[in-house]
Write a protein that binds this ligand. Structure first.
Ligand code: ADP
Ligand code: MG
Length: 156
């Protein structure tokens, strides 16, 4: 059964703090999609997670590089597939080898490669709470595997 859990954040610091909390739960092998419009907070969330995992350097958006990799106690691969024109670019770039039991994979704009990707443990949906571009965001976690359910149970 899919589980869902939603949070409201009033500003980017609150999203960073939520992501830091989430970083305690992350495990090698986790596959997470981050979904939402441009500027909704996907990369901000990854930045907070990386801080929580103890990474002190710059967390760049992979919007041009497509992927940023961080090697800590385990490896974290952060993708942004916005620039993909077709799902076949995922295989073409050799990215499928990163989806394994030892790396954490965080994918922004997964829909650009939907047919090429396995089912994620979790999707995190980011939406603006207002039309007027204010700082409120809804952050909704949805599990798609038993591992994802476990993550949500640990976050409640
Ligand atoms: P995305 O990766 O979804 O395109 P980013 O995380 O790069 O989005 O950008 C989000 C922008 O919105 C940042 O400039 C951030 O400071 C701002 N922001 C304002 N309020 C929030 C919030 N509640 N959560 C996350 N980001 C916020
Ligand atoms: Mg981004």
């Amino acid at each position: 059964m899919a589980k869902e859990l939603s949070f409201l954040t009033n500003n980017s610091d609150e999203t960073l703090a939520l992501a830091r909390r989430y970083s305690d739960i992350i495990c090698p092998g986790d596959l997470i999609f981050l979904d939402g419009e441009l500027g909704a907070g996907k990369t901000t969330f990854v930045r907070g997670m990386m801080r929580g995992l103890g990474f002190l350097g710059k967390v760049k958006s992979p919007s041009y590089s497509l992927m940023e990799q961080y090697v800590l106690n385990f490896t974290i691969n952060h993708f942004d597939l916005y620039r993909f024109k077709s799902a076949s670019e995922w295989e073409g770039a050799g990215f499928s080898e990163f989806i394994n039991k030892t790396d954490v994979n965080l994918i922004e704009w997964s829909e650009k490669a939907m047919d090429a990707l396995p089912t994620p443990d979790l999707i995190i949906f980011f939406t603006y709470t207002d039309q007027d571009g204010s700082d409120g965001r809804n952050v909704r976690f949805k599990s798609l595997t038993s591992r994802g359910e476990q993550c949500i149970d640990l976050l409640v």
